[in-house]
Each structure stands twice: as structure tokens, then as C-alpha cells.
Design a protein around this ligand. Structure first.
Ligand SMILES: Nc1ncnc2c1ncn2[C@@H]1O[C@H](COP(=O)(O)OP(=O)(O)OP(=O)(O)O)[C@@H](O)[C@H]1O
Ligand SMILES: CC(=O)N[C@H]1[C@@H]2OC[C@@H](O2)[C@@H](O)[C@@H]1O[C@H](C)C(=O)O
Length: 356
């Protein structure tokens, strides 16, 4: 019988470069999967790695391979410290995403650094990593990978909504998981609030103090992307072309820009979640701490907005990469064709064994 209980470390380095997220989590399969996050921590990047990772695209493939070795050494140290700090001597596997250095699925290319064999050798642990490569080989986008975790770990909720740089959502439609980006969130709010000298608009208080410009709001809501069918995704380039010039042309005060954009986000989020009635929406990502945004969202929907404990708000992705590793160890599918567009569901990831 397949093993049903796993103690793993899940590790994720996301696009915002705030640091490496680590969780020590126990997964157990009964009727459905249960999890318990025992320890969680974000290790902030030192300046050196923040700069290296910000500039990755400028490197040649050969240069990336050199950086990969150095980064794998670095992340091995971070994971090793986490193991020591919490005295973790009972680990089935370390399941690590690494950091995305290149992602061009149309050229069958995706490259996450930090996933070299050295991880297993130095840590003396079984390692599961490199989760995106096989999906791209099978014709998929190699992303998003989180929705299978949404489906199997958070099945009590009709929608899983993440408010990061962009808002993304996953839900079941006709028994299939679907996932897509909705609209930009913190990538735009942070951009404008920086002009007042803040990293972010704490709790949305500045937005709450502004007023909505109805004409700008209408123009934002009329953008073509919102009418497109899924699968669809957004990136910084789209924001630079479609959002910043549109907002800047109005020459508004920052508080009014923030107020108008929060209204826009709330309307776009509501348009998606209101596609189901009496639905529950499980919300994660830093945007959860923008109380004003959550208040405006609630204004536009009768569905139930559920905000979990902070450990899940902040560590859901690390948790789910831990879970993808568990599925790989059980040789079960951890990539969904309905989400990535691959030519099949499949069990993805490399397994490295420690030399003993
Ligand atoms: N107290 C707060 N009030 C308002 N906004 C906040 C608060 N705390 C965090 N945020 C917002 O959340 C952002 C961080 O969110 P998160 O870590 O989910 O983003 P991310 O990792 O860049 O997202 P992703 O990679 O999933 O797109 C911050 O940059 C900020 O905009
Ligand atoms: C290639 C890559 O690293 N993609 C990330 C990125 O960051 C957010 C979004 O773009 C998402 O598609 C993905 O990560 C999440 C964790 C995922 O795979 O579900």
C-alpha cells in the first residue's frame, strides 16, 4: 500500500524576490488529504542575491549555469539552517521549486535554478524538485502548478483566489480545474504608493482616503483583457502598456489613483466570483492585508470571503510545492492538463536520493 503520511519541507522562491519561503508540513491522506503546517519561515534575500535574481534575464545560458551552482549552494544552506533551527530529524523529503530564471514555454524552455543534485548530497535528504520542466516537454505552459493543490487540499472552497502582484483564481468547472489571472493588484498599487515613499499602502488606508474617478474607472473596466476567455495570464509588460499610461494621463493625486484602482480590482474580482452563487472564496496572498480592498470586494459580492490564518495566507505556495513533492513520491499526477495545456495529466519532478 502506498505510504499515506509524509513529513516534508516545502520551499518556494517567488517572483517578488522578498525571500525564500520554507514550511515544515505533515501531509496525511484519509478520505481526503489533510495538512498541518508545523513551522514556517521566510528568509529574506541578502542584497547580493536580490540583485543577481533581478538581473537574471540578462545572462547567457552558460552564465546561468554558473549562477545555478552558486544559488543551489546558497539555497542548500538556507534549507540546512531551517532543518537545524527546528531540529527536524524526521523528514521524508525536501520539495523545492527553486527560482525561475527563464520561462519561454513556447520554445519548450523553462529553467528553475537551485535544483541541482548537490541539494540531496549536502543536506543528506531525499529531494524532489524541478517541477515545471516535464510539463513544458509535454506541451504545457509549465504553470500554474498551484491549482492541483487548491483542488486536493482546499476542496471545501468554490474558489481559491490569490492576491499577489496579480490576482489569480482557480475553480472547478464541469468537474475540471481551471485557473487564470484576473487583473493586476499589488504590482500597480505598489508602483503608485512608492511615489509617496511607501513600499505598500498599509491596510489600504491611503486608498480609503481618496475618491474614485468615474471616468478612469470606466476606462480600466473596459480593457479588452477582461473580456477574453481563459486560459489567460498577465505580466508586467501588459501593465506597462495598458495600465500605467492610462492612469498617468489623468494626472490624479496618488490617493485618488489608489482609490480608483482598488475599486477596479474589487469590480473585476467580483465579476469572476459572482459567476457562482452562494459560493465560498478562499483568499490568500499579501493583498489580504489590504483591509480596504477586502471591504470593497465584499461590497460587490454576496459570496463568502474567507481569509485563513496568516501561515496559509503567506505560505500556501511553499505548502503546495511540498504537496507536489508528495504526489511525485506516490507517483500520482501533480500537473493538470486542464490548467497548463499539456497533452496529459502527469507526475512531474526530479527525485534525488542522498548518497549513503
Ligand atoms: N499590511 C498590508 N497592507 C496592504 N498591502 C499589503 C500588506 N502586506 C502586504 N501587502 C501587499 O502584498 C504584497 C506582497 O504579496 P505577495 O507576497 O502575495 O506578493 P508576490 O509574492 O509578489 O505575489 P505573486 O508572486 O503571487 O504574484 C506587498 O507587496 C503589498 O503590496
Ligand atoms: C514560471 C513561473 O515560475 N511562474 C510562476 C509565476 O509567479 C506567479 C505565476 O507566475 C505562476 O504562474 C507561477 O507560480 C505559481 C506558484 C504556480 O505555478 O502556480
Amino acid at each position: 500500500m502506498a505510504k499515506n503520511k509524509f513529513k516534508v519541507i516545502g520551499v518556494m522562491s517567488g517572483t517578488s524576490l522578498d525571500g525564500i519561503d520554507l514550511v515544515y508540513v505533515i501531509f496525511e491522506k484519509g478520505k481526503q488529504w489533510q495538512f498541518d503546517i508545523v513551522y514556517s519561515e521566510t528568509v529574506a534575500y541578502p542584497k547580493f542575491w536580490e540583485e543577481q535574481l533581478t538581473g537574471l534575464v540578462a545572462n547567457t545560458f552558460e552564465e546561468l549555469k554558473v549562477i545555478d551552482v552558486a544559488y543551489t549552494k546558497y539555497i542548500t544552506g538556507v534549507i540546512g539552517d531551517f532543518i537545524k533551527k527546528y531540529n527536524l530529524n524526521d523528514i521524508d523529503a525536501v520539495c523545492s521549486h527553486g527560482h525561475t530564471a527563464l520561462h519561454q514555454p513556447e520554445k519548450k524552455l523553462t529553467y528553475q535554478i537551485g535544483n541541482l543534485q548537490m541539494l540531496a548530497e549536502v543536506l543528506g535528504q531525499k529531494v524532489v524538485c524541478d517541477f515545471r520542466v516535464q510539463d513544458v516537454e509535454y506541451g504545457g505552459q509549465g504553470a500554474p502548478l498551484v491549482p492541483i493543490g487548491d483542488k486536493l487540499l482546499f476542496s471545501d472552497y468554490d474558489f481559491c483566489l490569490n492576491l499577489g502582484g496579480f490576482a489569480n483564481i482557480s475553480t472547478d468547472e464541469n468537474d475540471k480545474r481551471i485557473a487564470y489571472d484576473i487583473c493586476p493588484v499589488n504590482i500597480v498599487l505598489n508602483h503608485y504608493v512608492k511615489q509617496l515613499g511607501f513600499d505598500y499602502d498599509d491596510s489600504g488606508t491611503i486608498a480609503a482616503s481618496g475618491s474614485v474617478n468615474a471616468e478612469l474607472l470606466d476606462k480600466l473596466n473596459a480593457l479588452g483583457f477582461y473580456k477574453e476567455a481563459y486560459p489567460k495570464s498577465l505580466g508586467l509588460e501588459w501593465v506597462k502598456v495598458n495600465i500605467f499610461p492610462l492612469i498617468d494621463a489623468f494626472q490624479l493625486e496618488i490617493k485618488d489613483i489608489l482609490s480608483t484602482f482598488v475599486e477596479h480590482i474589487a469590480i473585476q474580482l467580483a465579476a469572476e466570483i459572482n459567476k457562482k452563487e452562494l459560493a465560498s472564496v478562499y483568499v490568500t496572498g499579501g493583498g489580504v492585508y489590504n483591509a480596504y480592498l477586502i471591504e470593497r470586494l465584499k461590497h460587490y459580492t454576496n459570496n463568502t470571503i474567507l481569509i485563513p490564518e496568516n501561515a496559509i495566507v503567506e505560505f500556501k505556495e511553499a505548502l503546495i510545492f511540498g504537496f507536489l513533492g508528495v504526489l511525485k513520491l506516490r507517483n500520482e499526477n501533480n500537473c493538470l492538463q486542464s490548467v497548463t495545456g499539456a497533452n496529459r495529466d502527469h507526475s512531474s519532478g526530479k527525485i534525488y536520493l542522498p548518497e549513503k
